[in-house]
Design a protein around this ligand. Structure first.
Ligand code: FAD
Length: 315
């Protein structure tokens, strides 16, 4: 069975959930191997986690020539690893960085690239949701090694131990790849909530909140969810742009999306309509969001949400 390389998305050795989702997808396509580019001191800890989620092999890439630069050296290291292993596919998380690495890698390998897949099945055949979610495209790479970036929440992580064999790999990084250096990087402020695009549950608020996000945040915390917002809420200055869900904001695909005081404009739907279960609270029973939902509550969010939060907190 051919290897399928999964590039590990991590922050200082803390493996992010979308990587575990990619391992689950890799299992469908072949033998999952993870590629960890990072601090050698973190390899054992990272490998333990990846092994628990099915990685048969973990390539630990020495990062002394990579650290401190933007993505070009990572793409070069991956290129060399692909040349060595001839994998059936390379899977990368659809983040800004992931997509740039994927693009560079595809050019270096003269391979086909598919970005923002919401599903990948045997083949590998991918599913993408395009044009604000109005079309679903199934596609397949026909040249070279398929390079595929996959959106968070496209699969459920599967706990099943792989062999977890660690193999060190030293890449030769060219000077041409070291042309953009990181001057400073600041971690996201800790909110105690999951990252919006990775969260299994998202609770969002719109203009109907009237600027009071307390009920939204209360329900989000009761559910261990991330908080999202419509553009109307962001444009009103109630929430930062990083919270915006939609065509010009973030795309989320959680297990559960709860839209509160959001009418369901096409541009908002574009960012959340692939959510597995959608619930809306809106005081207008004709709001377009109700065309989309699995469960709808017609009512004032300022009454409904605190009551729901209280019930959840009792359990
Ligand atoms: P509204 O449409 O005003 O809806 C508010 C809803 O709240 C109504 O349905 C109302 O019945 C309900 N409500 C009011 N009070 C209560 C209450 N007390 N309890 C319960 N319900 C209540 N929008 C996005 O969200 N994301 C995007 O990325 C985005 N990109 C865009 C890009 C372009 C190019 C354009 C033109 C628009 C974009 N928009 C985007 C804007 C989009 O068209 C809508 O204007 C926006 O989504 C509306 O936000 P809303 O649903 O919060 O507000």
């Amino acid at each position: 069975m051919s290897e399928v390389l999964v590039l590990v998305d991590h922050v200082d050795g803390a493996v992010r959930k979308p990587t575990l989702e990619l391992l689950a997808i890799a299992k469908r396509l072949g033998e999952p191997s993870a590629v960890f580019i990072g601090d050698a001191g973190k390899t054992a800890e990272v490998a333990e986690k990846l092994k628990a989620y099915g990685a048969e092999k973990i390539y630990a890439v020495e990062d002394s020539q990579i650290k401190g630069y933007l993505v070009a050296p990572k793409a070069e290291a991956l290129q060399q690893l692909v040349a060595k292993t001839s994998p059936a596919a390379v899977l990368i998380v659809s983040s800004y960085e992931g997509k740039e690495i994927a693009g560079r890698l595809a050019i270096k390998l003269e391979s086909g690239l598919i970005t923002d897949a919401v599903d990948v099945q045997e083949g590998p055949v991918t599913t993408q949701s395009v044009f604000a979610g109005n079309f679903t495209v199934t596609a397949k790479v026909t040249k070279g090694t398929p390079i595929i970036t996959v959106k968070p929440n496209a699969a459920t992580p599967e706990e099943s131990a792989g062999a977890g064999t660690v193999e060190e790999f030293t890449a030769e990084i060219s000077d041409a790849a070291k042309t953009a250096q990181i001057v400073a990087s600041q971690p996201r402020k800790a909110t105690g909530r999951p990252e919006l695009t990775e969260a299994a549950i998202v609770v969002s608020g719109g203009r109907g909140t009237g600027g009071n996000f307390e009920p939204i945040e209360g329900l989000a915390d009761a559910l261990g969810a991330a908080v999202g917002a419509s553009r109307a809420a962001v444009d009103s200055g109630w929430m930062p742009h990083s919270f915006q869900v939609g065509q010009t904001g973030k795309t989320v695909s959680p297990q559960l999306y709860v839209a509160n005081g959001i009418s369901g404009a096409i541009q908002h739907r574009a960012g959340m309509q692939t959510s597995k279960t959608i619930v809306a609270v809106n005081k207008d029973d004709e709001a377009p969001i109700f065309e989309l939902v699995d469960f709808g509550v017609v009512g004032d969010l300022h009454t409904v949400l605190p009551a729901a939060t209280e019930e959840i907190n009792k359990r």
